[in-house]
Design a protein around this ligand. Structure first.
Ligand code: BGC
Length: 791
């Protein structure tokens, strides 16, 4: 994309300078607007041409059958799929007798610009109809951060030559026709008409549609209000089951403009009645229409100003990465900002990929970035997990286990993975949730959260581990038959990642129970149970190969036959689409960072020498068939001193969607990989870790970058870190003094008093190798289509 000639490299926006049909679907994903509750793909106002129309409401899904050739006990009975809800984006235009359609006539100019500082998506098009009428169309779109039910469009049309008749049709459309999905099983199944009409209304400048989903029984309401400004405009409104339409007719002379503001409100509920949902959307609309478009845009800007003041990352020396990390943070914020106790899906609300499911991606990659940049979003995302505990408890019972077994993939909290070796057996998600809980509590000291949400989550997940694992006759604790992050190994014993994360989970649950004895006792926790958790943690097995001097990803892993990389053709990746799982499972080949991720998240469990050896060993086996791999590899490459390699991995994480590296950005952007860009820069090059209650930094920069600066939030304060080749400067931007660590040295920061320290040289060894053809692309100096300066 960014390497596509119509995309520019700019620090604070993503600009497309002409409409390129070859990347239309991808552009709809990268230009998607969302606030975590409402998601609008970047479809053109007039709806067509499109790659994939998409409007989503977080939590609105439909059940779909999960057919099994051979069913087994505990298999989920049905799947869940995010659905395309009522489309409020549509604004069609008739220019004299011809529909404004860029596939016909002549398009002289087409520019779209997503501004990360204002949160507005701007579009300008100049077009001559087949019969020779020229118009300029300008639209500006937002999905509001401040009013979560609301999105809005300011649409302007002006004639460029003669007087002409203009008809603008602003619509709400339900059950839009969608293109058929292609063969990739990871893309969402297309549900043809998921919405059943309940009510429709059109009065004056307002239209409203109310629908219900057939099987999941969710009620969805969408309403729009309009404000028209233009000469001799006549208006009319009408509605039928799946269509609400507000029409404006006008004659415009050159120099005159017709402006239509469309304010759209959304609402849904599993329990509320039709009148209640109707009132809910009308009320949201009333609040938004009093602000009008300008008021909503001002609120949007203020929200983002505050966000960037506590989160920005500045990169000197690589303009693409500079743009990519802001693009990433913007989208990560969009995914989580107003999710409010709903899941944060792998693609956010930018497309139907992965059926709109939420995975471990959220807790492991997205929540770390949000913890230090928008912590309130983390509180909400974890509250959603807490709210789904009844389903997780039920699942654990079904599997014969204690505590809670959270789903591998889900929308509503119940498991919907039909492939049990990757789904059910990937128990590590439970420890990933616990890790996110601990990180959030340490970073915020949110005691109320710990009592209400954190403690129960830690206790329930610790109970799961204790019942899933066992002590052998020597007393060692094993967790057998599980799948770690590397999905090219399954049902393995003592996966080091899983065991280390479970160990952390067990210890932290015991510590939290000790801090809150009364609450713990209400949950049925007694001293015997916490002692059992601690015992399991202390005796946790971590398989190690004494000859190779490396950890085994799981018991016996290094004894397996090596995958024949030399004979694997480049177009046979991703391997899962070209080889049977049976063969992948029994050989040494790693889909995505697993042991390497364990070293990243549980660095305390490894010596520096072990980290270097393990990293080199697993590098030669890791093929990165998942977008979740590069960022963890970047962090560990930086930690063990391979800065050039770390830089290349940062580039891969950063460009995942902007360069459509996996060829599936059309289905939605990879929120976890985007978060991974922040992760790789801040955790990798900033060397940021939480260390015994302190925030600690071990900064290091590849020589390609002249400077890296970032702001993180920790305990109600903002800390700015600025790294150049040999110096790191720390500034506390607000609040009381804060103790931090720089390369092991403890120091006290006082507000607005920068402290600089030298960065010691980083020892390094020979660079490790990757499987043939799987090395990350070598980053050169910034190329692309750079535009100087900020807009
Ligand atoms: C990865 C999983 C991930 C899922 C959704 C898969 O390809 O292997 O780790 O959770 O994608 O992003």
């Amino acid at each position: 994309m960014i390497t596509h000639p119509s995309y520019m490299v700019e620090p604070w926006c993503l600009r497309e300078t002409e409409l390129s049909m070859d990347v239309l679907s991808q552009s709809e994903s990268v230009f998607a607007l969302s606030n975590g509750h409402v998601g609008w793909r970047g479809n053109l106002d007039e709806g067509e041409p499109h790659g994939l129309p998409g409007s989503y409401l977080n939590g609105v899904f439909e059940f779909r059958p999960l057919p099994y050739a051979e069913a087994g006990y505990g298999y989920p009975e049905s799947g869940q799929t995010i659905i395309n809800v009522t489309n409020g984006k549509l604004i069609r235009l008739l220019v004299d007798d011809e529909p404004f359609d860029l596939r016909y006539g002549k398009c002289h100019k087409h520019e779209r610009l997503l501004d990360f500082r204002t949160g507005l998506l701007h579009r300008t098009a100049e077009w001559t109809s087949p019969s020779g009428r020229s118009v300029r169309v300008r639209s500006t779109r937002l999905v509001s951060f401040s009013q979560r039910a609301v999105a809005a469009i300011a649409y302007e049309v002006e004639p460029l030559d003669d007087e002409m008749r203009i008809v603008v049709q602003s619509e709400l459309v339900a059950n839009e026709q969608l293109p058929r999905a292609e063969g990739d099983p990871r893309a969402a199944a297309v549900l043809e008409t998921p919405l059943v009409s309940e009510e429709h209304a059109a009065h004056g400048n307002r239209i409203r549609l109310l629908h219900r989903t057939a099987r999941s029984d969710l009620r969805v309401g969408v309403a729009a209000a309009h404000f028209v400004d233009g000469p001799k405009a006549e208006t009319a409104s009408e509605s039928v089951d799946d269509l609400g339409r507000f029409t404006v007719t006008s004659r415009l002379r050159p120099g005159e403009k017709l402006r239509v503001e469309k304010i759209v409100a959304h609402g849904w509920s599993a329990v509320r009645s039709a009148p209640a949902v109707r009132d809910q959307v009308d009320a949201a609309l009333a609040a938004a229409t009093s602000a009008r478009f300008a008021g909503l845009a001002a609120e949007q800007r203020a929200y983002l100003e505050e966000f960037w003041a506590g989160s920005d990352v500045e990169v000197d020396g690589d303009a693409e990465i500079q743009q990519a990390v802001r693009f990433a943070l913007f989208h990560v914020l969009q995914a989580g900002a107003r999710g409010e106790a709903r899941a944060l899906p792998a693609k956010g609300l930018t497309g139907p990929g992965y059926d709109g499911h939420c995975f471990w991606d959220t807790e492991t990659f997205v929540l770390p970035a949000l913890t230090y940049t928008a912590p309130q979003a983390v509180e909400q995302a974890l509250r959603w997990r807490y709210n789904t505990m009844p389903e997780a408890q039920e699942r654990a019972r079904q599997l014969g286990l204690a505590g809670s077994a959270f789903p591998w993939r889900t929308i509503n909290g119940s498991e919907c993975s039909g492939y049990w070796p990757a789904g059910t057996a990937a128990f590590h998600i439970n420890a990933d949730i616990a890790d996110a809980v601990v990180r959030y509590i340490r970073a915020t000291c949110d005691d109320a959260f710990e009592r209400e949400v954190g403690l129960p989550l830690l206790v329930e997940t610790a109970r799961l581990w204790r019942s899933l694992g066992h002590h052998d006759h020597h007393g060692d604790f094993h967790i057998d038959g599980v799948t770690g992050p590397d999905e090219y190994s399954a049902i393995a014993d003592d996966n080091v990642y899983t065991n280390l994360m479970a160990q952390h989970n067990l210890r932290e649950a015991a510590a939290a129970a000790e801090r809150h004895p009364d609450l713990a006792s209400n949950l049925g926790v007694d001293d015997e149970e916490t002692a059992a958790w601690r015992d399991a943690a202390t005796r946790m097995t971590l398989p190690y190969n004494d000859e190779l001097l490396v950890h085994e990803q799981s018991e016996g892993f290094t004894r397996h036959q090596l995958w024949d990389f030399a004979r694997t053709h480049p177009d046979q990746y991703p391997l899962l689409l070209n080889f049977p799982y049976f063969d992948l499972y029994r050989k040494q080949v790693v889909k995505q960072a697993d042991l390497v991720l364990a070293m990243c998240l549980r660095g305390d469990a490894f010596t520096p020498e072990e980290k270097a050896r393990n990293f080199a060993y697993y590098e030669q086996l890791t093929v990165r068939d998942s977008s979740l791999s590069a960022c963890g590899q970047a962090v560990m490459a930086a930690e063990v001193g391979h800065m050039r390699l770390a830089y290349d991995y940062v580039g891969e994480a950063a460009m995942m969607d902007l360069s459509d590296l996996e060829g599936n950005t059309r289905d939605g952007i990879h929120i976890a990989s985007l978060a991974g860009t922040w992760f790789a820069l801040v955790i990798g090059f900033g060397g940021m870790r939480e260390d015994d209650g302190l925030i600690a930094f071990n900064p290091r920069l590849p020589e390609q970058l002249g400077r890296l600066a970032f702001t993180v939030q920790f305990r109600q304060r903002r800390v700015r870190v600025e790294i150049t080749g040999t110096t790191a400067t720390y500034t506390l931007l607000d609040g009381d003094s804060l103790d931090i660590r720089h390369c092991g040295e403890r120091m006290t920061l006082l507000c607005a008093a920068p402290e600089s320290r030298q960065i010691p040289p980083i020892p390094t060894g020979p660079a490790p190798e990757q499987p043939a053809g799987r090395a990350p692309a070598r980053r050169g100096r910034a190329t692309g289509h750079e535009v100087d300066g900020a807009r």
